[in-house]
Design a protein around this ligand. Structure first.
Ligand code: NAD
Ligand code: UGA
Length: 470
């Protein structure tokens, strides 16, 4: 079946960029991205491309070319579903915060709502594509809901997980290592797979497009994220050992990364991985393993998360102990709040947890991030405090310990210590001599990303503490 009309449910970090690229590369297909969040859709329709809801290098150019031509952002979910031959589900699948599986399982309520809505509206056969990251065998649930609550039309459910990373989304979509499409091994399943293959074939070569059965595709997404996060936890675990043995973690990473079997990528020691997915997807994997009565497998993967929490805690603890065991009323400047550079996304950013540890110890946290707004930073902290059950009074009191700046100069002025939480390139270009002059002495720099030139900073007079540096 030749696809002429695509609808995507969810205009977030995945739905927005992936559909923009599909629209750009397939000008003959009408692509409508819908969302329940009116403000988000309004932002996608902004004339001023600097105000798109997602910041990604190269995204504004893609939107500029395709929007209004064959790419549309809308809140009219029902008509978009009705008109589409193929519907992508790219809604959020966060960790459950309530009930059975709380804190571990993926919350599938948004996905289920999509399936029910599609079933109710669809008046002709449709291909449904799981773009959200889902537990293995979710396609079975979707198929049941679609078939049992629908109008007798035929649905083919495909799994097409997304592997883009934030900050490089457009490049990842243009030059994907692979796209993965899982479908049923039936004739109609294979036809549906081919329809989606044909879309990606507009810009990717056949060898970049892998097809599998549905379950392998669903499970490969969780597995990929688990393996990636495991590498970070592995090198971070060793960073602790480096610090007490005077080995240098970057040298160790380089030495092992040159072994072609290990490879050099994803071995950058850090304050801990963040982002909306690694933790949620591993917790989901752990939950699934326990559900299927595989406790040893569950415990193995859970350790990746335990180590990551330890790394964030260790970083905060190191700041406190270096500052003579008290940070009370001291100004600690955070350079960066986003979970990585080149994105405005802060979900599960290590900065949030490090800030919480330090605030609990009485510190004043002064934040500068080139892309994250004050409102977002405050919302991140409030969300954590509410989740931890703090009273309104306690939250209001803790709020007084956090300050956000539009410029790094003010944020850094009269600081007792600087903590680099995100690896933004601009931090390397600052006038560190001037910063040193305006700080309390000893002037500490805790480089949670190992991006600064420690030798140069030491020569200026700073006390520099990197991750995994003796
Ligand atoms: P997001 O929260 O940025 O966006 C999801 C959007 O879905 C929200 O705007 C929400 O309002 C909307 N939504 C929820 N229910 C809806 C409904 N019934 N109808 C229409 N819209 C609805 O989430 P995201 O980061 O784009 O992630 C989406 C999925 O993709 C998740 O499963 C995630 O694990 C996966 N994923 C994310 C990334 C990433 O880099 N962020 C990468 C790969 C996969
Ligand atoms: C990750 C995966 O890389 C994507 O393939 C996947 O599609 C996505 O999750 C998802 O499912 O959401 P993302 O979280 O956007 O992408 O960004 P990454 O580049 O993977 O970084 C994640 C975190 O790990 C960041 O906090 C980053 O700073 C940290 N990291 C990464 C390290 O600490 N060290 C490294 O060597 C690499």
């Amino acid at each position: 079946m030749k696809i002429k009309n695509i609808c995507c449910l969810g205009a977030g970090y995945v739905g927005g960029p992936t559909m923009s690229v599909i629209a750009l590369k397939c000008p003959e297909i009408k692509v409508t991205v819908v969302d329940l969040n009116e403000a988000r859709i309004a932002a996608w329709n902004e004339e001023n491309l600097d105000k798109l809801p997602v910041y990604e290098p190269g995204l504004a150019e893609v939107v500029h070319e395709a929007r209004g031509r064959n790419l549309f952002f809308s809140t009219e979910v029902e008509s978009a579903i009705d008109a589409a031959d193929m519907i992508f589900i790219a809604v959020n699948t966060p960790t459950k915060t309530y009930g059975e599986g709380k804190g571990m399982a993926a919350d599938l309520k948004f996905v289920e709502l999509c399936a029910r809505q599609i079933a109710r509206i669809a008046k002709n056969d449709k291909i449904i594509v799981e773009k959200s990251t889902l537990p293995v065998r979710t396609a079975e649930t979707l198929q049941t809901i679609l078939d049992r609550t629908g109008n007798g039309v035929k649905f083919e459910v495909l799994s097409n997980p997304e592997f883009l990373a934030e900050g490089t989304a457009i490049n990842d979509l243009f030059n994907a290592d692979r796209v993965l499409i899982g479908g049923k091994q039936t004739e109609s399943g294979q036809k549906a797979i081919q329809s989606l293959v044909d879309i990606y074939a507009h810009w990717l070569s056949p060898k970049q497009i892998l097809t599998t059965n549905v379950w392998s595709s669903e499970l490969s997404k969780l597995t990929a994220n688990a393996f990636l996060a495991q590498r970070i936890s592995s090198i971070n675990a060793l960073s602790a050992l480096c610090e007490v043995t005077e080995a240098d973690v970057d040298e160790v990473a380089n030495a092992i990364g040159t072994d072609s079997r290990i490879g050099p990528k994803f071995l950058k020691a850090s304050v801990g991985f963040g982002g909306s997915c690694f933790q949620k997807d591993i917790l989901n994997l752990v939950y699934l393993c326990r559900y299927f009565n595989l406790p040893e497998v569950a415990n193995y993967w859970e350790q990746v998360i335990i180590l990551n929490d330890y790394q964030k805690y260790r970083f905060a603890k190191n700041i406190i102990s270096s500052l003579f065991n008290t940070v009370s009323e001291k100004k600690i400047t955070f350079l960066g709040w986003a979970f990585k550079k080149d994105t405005n996304d802060t979900r599960e950013s290590a900065a949030i947890y490090v800030a919480e540890h330090l605030i609990e110890d009485g510190a004043e946290i002064h934040v500068y991030d080139p892309k994250v707004s004050e409102a977002k930073i405050i919302a991140d902290m409030c969300y954590l405090w509410e989740l931890n059950g703090l009273t309104e009074q306690k939250i209001a009191s803790k709020m007084k310990q956090i300050f956000v700046y539009q410029s790094p100069i003010e944020a850094l002025d009269q600081a007792h210590a600087i903590a680099v939480l995100t690896e933004w390139d601009e931090f390397k270009t600052y006038d560190w001599n001037a910063i040193y002059i305006n700080m309390y002495k000893p002037a500490f720099v805790f480089d949670g990303r190992n991006i600064l030139d420690a030798g140069k900073l030491n020569a200026i007079g700073f006390e520099v503490k990197g991750i995994g540096k003796g």
